[in-house]
Ligand binder design. Structure first.
Ligand code: FAD
Length: 416
């Protein structure tokens, strides 16, 4: 049975299957996922799931009946072990094979293992799957001190969630600021202050040397020789893309599966999307790999549309140009980012007179790369429209003390 085979039943894999059916695709659609569960959302794991007794069903992208109704064949708890490009088939770990006309790699990413002594002790956790979150949640009740290795989005979301559970939390970050790969310095500084205010101890410029304890963890030793007590350790030090399957099949990989602007690998029958895919961004002019729900969903929709259109002519295809956006909930603060702001050389902060909110306009030279906001959803949504429409927001306009994005946006729109 040919048709579309999707490897990975996460956010992106699910969306391809759903969009194919929504678009009227009549062929076979098979979703193979190595987690034994129906496709679910990961964002709540680090925000709410670990601190409540919410049922797994609350995370589901769709109930089981959806897959039956739309004739999406689920092969859950099964992993694809190899791709045979010549035969247009994949082999599952149990030795069975599935043939395809189109193959979509949506294999996501795996947590980076920090190879320090003791990283495999009991009480050392990571957080990628619902199973990880449930394991963490089960051990949290008996823990009073928690060390989190990594001051990125996930580490900080968990730190804020654990403050609500009144744990004593230490975040250990090797870089000199929080979320350093993805947000501007003023936003890092804002979150440093707020997490400290919430009660979390944050150690910047500090690496972990080893996990202490016999069988169970009792703390971590830092690279400067200090010891920190911890009944529980969470390693949240980034991810590595799951590109091994593609590499073994002779497809190009470079810290992810390399695709063109249409999400196609070197093999026209094989696409790659979501956290595992490296693609040329029309926004930065460079190859990027993004880890966000928006990116997974939009790339999935694009691939479904390609398959439905049966159009493989690069000249007539619209490249992937969705404006990247992202959110992170850390205690009472909703951080929202639109655009890719990592390359900014100038950040203009809006003059707000309300505490606990901010709007950071990130520029490279005169070009607005993106906007980072905290608890200001209005500016975030306008930012999405501005970047999608390619409207020019001048740096000197933003710098004026009475600058208002809404007024500016309306003026830009009325000028056409
Ligand atoms: P995934 O959802 O990871 O799915 C990939 C699936 O493929 C996995 O189930 C994997 O096990 C499976 N797989 C891999 N190899 C094989 C194989 N060979 N055979 C079969 N199956 C395979 N993004 C946001 O935008 N905002 C947030 O607030 C946010 N919070 C997050 C919080 C957490 C704790 C985590 C972990 C992620 C968060 N993200 C957030 C990121 C977002 O969830 C990911 O970007 C998104 O899930 C990517 O979708 P994906 O389908 O590419 O990968």
């Amino acid at each position: 049975m040919s048709g579309v085979v999707i490897v990975g039943a996460g956010q992106a894999g699910f969306q391809v299957a759903a969009s194919l059916r929504q678009g009227g695709f009549a062929g076979a659609v098979t979703l193979v996922g190595d987690e034994p569960r129906l496709p679910y959302q990961r964002p709540p794991l680090s925000k709410t799931y670990i601190k409540t007794d919410a049922a797994f069903d609350s995370l589901l992208l769709k109930p089981e009946s959806f897959f039956e109704k739309h004739a999406i064949a689920l092969r859950l708890g099964e992993s694809v072990a190899a791709i045979d490009r010549a035969a247009r088939s994949v082999t599952l770990a149990d030795g069975s094979a599935l043939t395809f006309d189109h193959l979509v790699l949506a294999t996501g990413a795996a947590n980076r293992v920090v190879p320090v002594r003791g990283h495999d002790r009991r009480g050392v956790h990571q957080l990628r799957t619902a199973e990880d979150a449930e394991r963490l949640r089960a051990e949290l009740a008996a823990a009073s001190t928690v060390a989190i290795v990594g001051g990125g989005f996930i580490g900080l979301e968990v730190a804020a969630a654990l403050q609500a559970l009144e744990k004593r939390v230490t975040v250990i970050e090797a870089a000199d600021r929080l979320m350093g790969r993805t947000v501007s310095r003023p936003v890092s500084a804002f979150f440093l202050d707020e997490h400290r205010r919430m009660g979390t101890t944050i150690l910047l410029g500090t690496a972990i040397d080893s996990v202490l304890g016999d069988q169970r963890t009792r703390g971590v030793r830092l690279s400067d020789g200090r010891d920190i007590d911890a009944d529980l350790v969470l390693i949240a030090a980034g991810v590595t893309p799951n590109d091994q399957l593609a590499e073994a099949a002779g497809l190009r990989t470079d810290r992810g599966v390399v695709v063109d602007q249409h999400m196609r690998t070197d093999d026209r029958a094989i696409f790659a999307i979501g956290d595992c895919a490296v693609f040329p961004s029309v926004h930065t002019g460079t190859a990027v790999r993004l880890e966000s729900v928006q990116n997974a969903v939009d790339q999935a929709k694009l691939v479904a549309a390609r398959i439905l259109a049966q159009d493989d002519d690069a000249a007539t295809l619209e490249p992937y140009r969705a404006v990247p956006w992202f959110w992170s909930d850390q205690g009472p603060f909703k951080l929202q980012i639109v655009g890719l702001t990592a390359g900014a050389d100038h950040v203009e902060m809006a003059k707000l007179d309300e505490a606990g909110k901010l709007v950071a306009y990130c520029f490279a030279g005169e070009r607005l790369l993106g906007i980072e906001t905290v608890n200001r959803p209005g500016e975030h949504m306008l930012g999405r429209r501005i970047l999608a429409d390619g409207l020019l927001v001048a740096r000197d306009a933003v710098a004026r003390h009475d600058f208002d994005l809404k007024t500016h946006f309306n003026a830009l729109k009325s000028r056409g």
